[in-house]
Design a protein around this ligand. Structure first.
Ligand SMILES: C[S@@+](CC[C@H](N)C(=O)[O-])C[C@H]1O[C@@H](n2cnc3c(N)ncnc32)[C@H](O)[C@@H]1O
Length: 249
């Protein structure tokens, strides 16, 4: 990803997607039971910081990592405004380091799919393993091939003043890649400004992810299909998977 990505998306992320992040039920099931024993956590690819602030508000020592300068700025501003001690680190998920190991790393909303190459999964998992204490957990969700064939092979339009956004996604059948051209029309008084952003994702099979987790030193792998968690028309069974893996001791 170029550092320009998630610039306009960052600025209007909460405004446009606040009702489209149906994660509370999944969180309760996938990592809720771990939380009583979590004293430190990192939200990787933290976006606008909602989960990081949520952790910090529970008294968890919290790090938040994202590559987008705008996402980092927004998370820092929110944490400051809420008087919550979140340490925001601008870094690539393929090369991030934390000042100390944590009990839990989360990476939500198919953020892990945003790496340029399928082989990058190994790099992300290696960094996550190093950043976790032995026995710590990594929780993430993936868009699977089915999501590329359905959601990422479509055009979506969101109109929420002062922004209208068109997302034109494409997926070449038989590949593990998808791309999205995002056109923004932003009203500034009487003027409409047009902005553009390009986002790409890659996906893996369940077996590829399991093998990469094992190679990076993770065990006790559990998965949940996202469809029962998400009360929407978009998330078909098989389209998104939640993963929880434990760093070997
Ligand atoms: C779909 S958003 C999800 C944000 C947040 N996790 C959430 O659930 O709202 C993907 C996030 O991944 C970040 N991102 C994309 N590529 C990245 C990379 N290579 N390293 C770190 N962050 C990255 C983007 O800046 C963006 O904030």
């Amino acid at each position: 990803m170029s550092t320009g990505t998630y610039r306009w998306l960052a600025r209007y992320f909460d405004h446009l997607f606040e009702h489209q992040r149906p994660f509370p039920i999944a969180r309760k099931v996938v990592f809720g039971p771990l939380l009583p024993a979590v004293s430190s956590a990192c939200d990787l690819c933290c976006g606008t910081g909602e989960l990081a602030l949520n952790f910090a508000a529970q008294g968890i020592r919290t790090f938040a990592v994202d590559l987008s300068p705008d996402m980092c700025r927004i998370t820092r501003e929110k944490a400051r405004a809420a008087l919550l001690p979140v340490k925001v680190i601008r870094a690539d998920m393929r090369a991030f380091r934390l000042p100390r190991q944590v009990d839990l790393i989360t990476c939500e909303f198919d953020a892990i799919n945003h790496v340029p190459r399928k082989s990058d999964l190994a790099r992300v998992l290696k960094c996550a393993a190093l950043a976790l204490r032995p026995g710590g957990h990594f929780v993430f969700d993936t868009n699977n091939r089915l999501a590329f064939e359905t959601v990422w092979n479509n055009t979506w339009f969101i109109d929420k003043d002062p922004v209208a956004m068109v997302m034109r996604s494409t997926h070449k059948p038989g590949t593990d890649k998808a791309a999205c051209e995002v056109e923004f029309f932003i009203r500034e008084g009487q003027i409409w400004r047009r902005r553009h952003e390009h986002v790409e994702e890659v996906c893996w099979t369940m077996d590829e992810i399991r093998q990469a987790l094992a190679k990076a030193g993770f065990g006790e792998v559990q998965t949940w299909d996202a469809a029962p968690f998400f009360d929407d028309q978009l998330t078909q069974p098989g389209a998104r998977t939640f993963w929880r893996a434990r760093r070997n001791g």
